[in-house]
Design a protein around this ligand. Structure first.
Ligand code: XMP
Length: 327
């Protein structure tokens, strides 16, 4: 076994794992009702798909659109998980609520706190509206347990959880079918359950989303600008075959303006930062040595296609001393 959270155990059998978990979950929950907060990330999607295999309609998934997602993300989650996989999915449109909560907030940790708390409130409200629940399904995986400081060899890497945290007021029993698995094993289980490769190989995306990629205040306009630039980065990285070779690749809005020039004259608009890193586990990371031509394509597409951007910079800092995210 690797201690890095990425490697599979030799000869590990995902089909046998699914058969056993399905039986165990059925035995444990009986006719109980299960609810799951779905983020659209790999772990919560695979957990939901696995539990659905066990209990079908007894599982309801709640997907909160917090307005801090990437371009097309909410639609993708709905199409894939509700459409193709047939999960019972309830979508909550909560963009305005999150924006209001974040108005005027510039401190990164405060942003995280507000987003996490708001998520729990919304999830609890929605769950109460939908009915009575006995179990909460979570996509916790083995490295999360180690990294949150409770397992053996705890090393306190992250102080945050992917989907905000645990709605403790609801007093639900936890179902965490992936808690003993490493990331690659989760992907294997997902593939076996029919989840598309595109979803299973998505880069990690922080729970607070684009809010921690905007330095300073989060506004609708800034989100829209960053979303467009980010979509270009991911598109070009994928086209050039670098998506799977990198740990994360995204755009950042540093919130600074600088002077530029176009045919119409002088401009004074936004800078976009590119953050593309290689890593095994996010504890350390290195900036990706992307080909200059790829960087050039990304830069000219962003300045050509995204209004109010006149400059693109590439972040050439490793972690440490920098973090992967800018906030
Ligand atoms: P940093 O920026 O600390 O990030 O080098 C390490 C990894 O964690 C992700 N990250 C977060 N994930 N909530 C999350 O769910 C957060 O608040 C958060 N902050 C950072 C980051 O994307 C990277 O993969």
């Amino acid at each position: 076994m690797s201690d890095k959270g990425e490697k599979c155990r030799d000869g590990w059998d995902s089909a046998a794992f699914i058969t056993k978990e399905v039986a165990d979950i059925r035995a444990q929950v009986g006719t109980g009702q299960l609810i799951c907060g779905l983020s659209g990330g790999v772990d919560s999607s695979v957990a939901a798909a696995l539990v659905q295999r066990a209990v079908g309609e007894q599982l309801t998934c709640v997907f909160v659109d917090n307005g801090l997602l990437r371009k097309g993300e909410a639609e993708y989650v709905r199409d894939t998980l509700a459409g193709k996989l047939g999960l019972k999915l309830v979508g909550v449109e909560a963009q305005e609520r999150f924006l209001q909560g974040l108005a005027g907030v510039t401190d990164p940790e405060l942003k995280r706190k507000i987003i996490g708390t708001e998520f729990i409130h919304i999830f609890e409200e929605e769950a109460a509206k939908l009915g009575h629940w006995d179990y909460l399904v979570q996509g916790t995986i083995y490295p999360d347990i180690i990294e949150s400081g409770s397992g053996p060899g705890a090393c306190l890497v992250k102080s945050h959880h992917n989907v905000g945290g645990l709605p403790e007021n609801m007093k639900l029993k936890l179902i965490e079918p992936l808690r003993k698995l490493y990331k690659d094993e989760v992907r294997q289980v997902g593939a076996e359950l029919g989840l598309p490769d595109e979803l299973l190989w998505r880069h990690p995306f922080p729970g607070p989303g684009l809010a921690v990629r905007i330095v300073g205040e989060v506004t609708k306009e800034r989100l829209a600008l960053l979303r467009e630039a980010d979509a270009i980065v991911v598109d070009e990285i994928k086209k050039a075959g670098f998506y799977r070779k990198t740990w994360q690749a995204f755009a950042v809005l540093p919130g600074l303006r600088s002077v530029g020039v176009r045919e119409e004259g002088r401009t004074y608009t936004h800078t976009i930062g590119l953050r593309v890193v290689t890593s095994r586990d996010a504890m350390k990371a290195d900036w990706a040595r992307l080909p200059h031509d790829l960087l050039a394509t990304i830069s000219s597409r962003i300045t050509g296609e995204v209004p109010n951007v006149n400059r693109v910079v590439y972040d050439i800092t490793s972690k440490p001393p920098a973090t992967i995210e800018w906030e």
